[in-house]
Design a protein around this ligand. Structure first.
Ligand SMILES: [Zn+2]
Length: 223
């Protein structure tokens, strides 16, 4: 009964549209989120993004995540997305697991809907970082996406971050952000089933799969 209760709790608390059977351990954030008194900007003191060498699935039954290895790792994952505007972080969170991938996925009402990004979840929240150098093009509430930030990296490359709990109050359209700079914190604003980042990448006018797009070319074996 306790196991069932834990499973249900995990199902409720992990973000995105995860349908759970085996639940992998939740990612934990090494350092607690700083709670400075009002008036001080937590973002100026926050550490830059760490580069995550691996990305683990939140559970064994999420949708559209591609191949998941025996340790729960996303097989396709590499730390950077290579684009015309330079390298972008593929996982621009402090710590998260992959709860849903890019593509068509089943909905609770039995229908299917295109999911235009990755869902990167952590019940403990944490900072969300600019995936690359760029200029803020949007930082506000956007319908079902809740509190959202969009960054224009140039060369037709944009990234979009949704369901944030809050954003750095210095962010407004036109402001430059550096790669790895904390821009907001993971939350569940808008239509979200749990605390997670909805992360989108656009290149050449298309919304692309942030898990598979811009992977380094496979090395040709030397013969
Ligand atoms: Zn999403």
């Amino acid at each position: 009964m306790r196991g069932l209760a834990f499973g249900l709790l995990a199902l409720l608390t992990l973000g995105g549209c995860a349908v759970s059977d085996t639940v992998y351990p939740s990612p934990t954030i090494a350092a607690p989120i700083s709670r400075e008194p009002p008036g001080l900007n937590v973002y100026t003191a926050a550490p830059r993004a760490a580069l995550h060498s691996e990305l683990f699935a939140c559970n064994s039954a999420g949708s559209n995540r591609g191949e998941i290895g025996p340790r729960g790792e996303a097989v396709a994952y590499t730390p950077y997305i290579h684009t015309a505007a330079g390298a972008l972080l593929r996982n621009p969170t402090e710590m998260a697991c992959l709860s849903s991938g890019f593509g068509w996925r089943g909905m609770a009402d039995g229908g299917e809907r295109q999911h235009n990004g990755l869902d990167l979840a952590n019940p403990g929240g944490g900072f969300v970082y600019a995936a690359g150098d760029g200029w803020v093009s949007f930082a506000d509430w956007r319908g079902g996406y809740g509190i959202s930030v969009e960054i224009d990296h140039g060369q037709g490359v944009r990234t979009f971050y949704a369901h944030l709990s809050d954003v750095d109050t210095n962010l407004r359209p036109g402001v430059f952000v550096a790669a790895g700079q904390p821009i907001g914190r993971m939350g569940r604003t808008g239509n979200a089933t749990g605390v997670h980042l909805h992360y989108e990448v656009q290149a050449d006018g298309l919304t692309v799969d942030p898990l598979h797009y811009g992977a380094p070319p496979l090395e040709t074996p030397v013969t």
